[in-house]
Design a protein around this ligand. Structure first.
Ligand SMILES: [Fe+2]
Length: 274
C-alpha cells in the first residue's frame, strides 16, 4: 500500500462518518468527537512512527496511519445503536469495527498480510493489556508483524484520549457531556482498588468503575501500559498527570499516586530506550 491508498481511505472515512451526522445535538457532538479523535490519532501515530523509524526500518507509516484511521470505526454504529460509548453496556467497539471493515470490504486493496496487521491491531486496541501470547504468532514465531503496530496504536490512542479528557475536565463546568463520563456518578469518592493498582504499577480493570473519579484514576494508570520512549516524553510535555490529578480531590491517596506516577515516568525516561 502507499499514500494513494491512505488518501482513498481518508475520503471513504469522511463519507462513512457523514452518514451518522444528526440533527440531535448530543449525537452530533459525540459523532464529531470520535471523528476528530480518529484524525488526531492518525497524526499521533505518524508522529510516533517517525520518531521510531530510525530504529525500526521496516515500520510502514501508511499502514500505521490506516490502522489509526479505522481503529474506532465501530464507535459510530455503537453510538447510533446504543447512544453510549460504554462497551460494558453495549458491545465491544473493536469487534463492531471489525464487522464494519469486513462487511464493507474496504481493505480489499491491501495484501492479506497488511489486512491481518490492521485487523489484529484493531482487535487488541482496547484490551486492558496485550496478552502474553501476542508475542508469538500461530506458528510460534516471535514478535509477529502486527505487534509493533498494535503497540503504536495503543500509545497513539491513549495520547489522544488523554488530550480529550484533560480538555474536557477543564471545560466541563460549561459543557457537560455525560457520554464522556460513562454516566458514572460524580461524587467525591473513589474506589480503593484504583489507588492500589496505581501504587502496584498496574493498569486497572474498567469493570471496577463505580464513580467518575475512578475513571480519572483508570486513565492515570494507562501510563503503565505505554510502550515507547517518545510517548513518555509527550506525556511529560503535555502535563497529562498534573492535569488529571487537578480534577481529582486533594487527598493523601492522590498525592501518593501522583508521586508514584511521576517516579515511574522519570524511570521510564532512563530505562525504556526503544
Ligand atoms: Fe480511539
Amino acid at each position: 500500500m502507499d499514500n494513494k491508498d491512505t488518501a482513498f481511505f481518508h475520503s471513504w472515512f469522511r463519507n462513512y462518518v457523514r452518514d451518522f451526522y444528526s440533527e440531535d445535538q448530543k449525537t452530533q457532538r459525540n459523532i464529531q468527537l470520535k471523528e476528530e479523535h480518529t484524525l488526531r490519532v492518525c497524526e499521533e501515530i505518524v508522529r510516533l512512527g517517525k520518531a521510531l523509524k530510525p530504529n525500526n526500518n521496516a515500520l510502514r507509516l501508511e499502514l500505521a496511519e490506516t490502522i489509526a484511521l479505522f481503529h474506532d470505526i465501530g464507535r459510530f454504529e455503537q453510538f447510533k445503536a446504543y447512544g453510549t460509548f460504554d462497551d460494558r453496556v453495549s458491545e465491544n467497539h473493536a469487534t463492531l469495527g471489525l464487522n464494519v471493515l469486513k462487511a464493507t470490504d474496504i481493505l480489499n486493496r491491501l495484501t492479506e498480510t497488511e489486512r491481518t496487521i490492521v485487523y489484529k491491531a484493531i482487535e487488541y486496541h482496547n484490551v486492558r493489556k496485550l496478552p502474553d501470547y501476542a508475542d508469538e504468532d500461530e506458528n510460534g514465531n516471535k514478535n509477529p508483524d502486527w505487534l509493533l503496530y498494535s503497540k503504536l496504536l495503543r500509545d497513539a490512542d491513549k495520547l489522544d484520549i488523554w488530550r480529550v479528557v484533560t480538555d474536557y475536565y477543564t471545560e466541563r463546568p460549561r459543557h457537560r457531556n455525560t457520554a464522556l463520563e460513562l454516566e458514572l456518578p460524580d461524587t467525591p469518592e473513589y474506589s480503593r482498588c484504583f489507588i492500589d493498582d496505581i501504587l502496584d504499577t498496574r493498569v486497572s480493570n474498567s469493570r471496577e468503575l463505580k464513580t467518575f473519579n475512578d475513571m480519572k484514576l483508570l486513565q492515570l494508570g494507562w501510563i503503565f501500559d505505554i510502550n515507547f520512549t517518545p510517548t513518555f516524553r509527550y506525556i511529560r510535555q503535555r502535563r497529562i498527570i498534573e492535569k488529571i490529578i487537578a480534577a481529582l480531590p486533594d487527598t493523601e491517596d492522590i498525592r501518593k499516586i501522583q508521586k508514584h506516577l511521576n517516579n515511574y515516568l522519570e524511570m521510564a525516561k532512563h530505562y525504556q530506550k526503544k
